[in-house]
Design a protein around this ligand. Structure first.
Ligand code: CIR
Length: 254
């Protein structure tokens, strides 16, 4: 969670057509843009240098740069998103990553979304989901081996979009998790903080340097983290939440 650099992409007007599992109304472009602007400003305040990519009208979900690629200080991996509509986002971000990283690997098989990948000091956890299949997860492990990173394949709870929809890293030994994911036992090696019932989308928090970003709509989670001594910065995620997104998805960090 110590980062110097991030990549973000400005939302396109087409973001109102972003993918969603359940229709709870479309976000507005202005609303998403305001949330994105506030996110970028907060990230910069947390000490990172941002590369800001231009909007892509043809790809409504392309603001969520976390899904088509993975980045580490040792190199980047171009993934293959499991949603057909998002597959070509990889070609769009590839030139930037090739410019910025000496090593850029291609996922050799299967499908994997960056939203299913949680990097921890113990290793990289790859959650199987409707977007990340076994072939993709296994192929990703071979790429991670090449970068010298340990990894393991785990399960994402049924009906949850991404592994990281339900968890985030708070510090070297602590994971913030929904109860449904914590119960599966995947975080035995960690201290776990469990999201209060009813605030499940708060699990997609984001630790950047000394700050933990948390969705502003989740007061009980904010209070819990605050009491535990974390420096919490609430950020609005109401609009992007309508297209199943949270805080980690809007940047690539290294
Ligand atoms: C999608 O369904 O792909 C987008 N509407 C939301 C992606 C959120 N990404 C993430 O949590 N990493």
């Amino acid at each position: 969670y110590h980062f110097n650099s991030i990549i973000v992409r400005e939302p396109s007007r087409s973001v109102v057509n972003g993918l969603r599992a359940e229709d709870r109304g479309s976000p507005t472009y202005e609303g998403v843009k305001a949330e994105h602007d506030a996110y970028l400003e907060a990230m910069r305040k947390a000490g990172v240098t941002a590369t800001v990519l231009p909007p892509l009208e043809a790809f409504p979900d392309s603001i969520f740069v976390e899904d088509p690629a993975l980045v580490f200080s040792e190199g980047a991996i171009l993934l293959r998103p499991g949603a057909a509509k998002r597959e070509k986002e990889v070609e769009e971000i590839a030139p930037t990553l090739r410019d910025m990283f000496d090593t850029v690997l291609d996922l050799p098989a299967g499908y994997a979304d960056g939203g299913d990948v949680l990097t921890t000091p113990e290793g990289v956890m790859i959650g199987l989901s409707a977007r990340t299949d076994r072939a993709g997860a296994a192929a990703l492990r071979t790429c991670l081996d090449q970068l010298g990173r340990n990894s393991e394949i785990v399960a994402t709870p049924e009906g949850v979009l991404h592994f990281k929809t339900d968890c985030s890293l708070l510090d070297d030994e602590t994971i913030l998790s929904t109860n449904r994911l914590a119960r599966s036992g995947v975080f035995q090696k960690f201290r776990q903080m469990v999201i209060p019932e009813g605030e499940e989308p708060a699990a997609n928090a984001l630790r950047v340097n000394d700050v933990v970003f948390v969705g502003a709509d989740f007061p009980r989670t904010i209070e819990m983290l605050d009491k535990a001594g974390y420096k919490v910065v609430p950020l609005k995620t109401t609009e992007i939440g309508k297209i199943d997104a949270g805080l980690s998805c809007m940047s690539l960090r290294w």
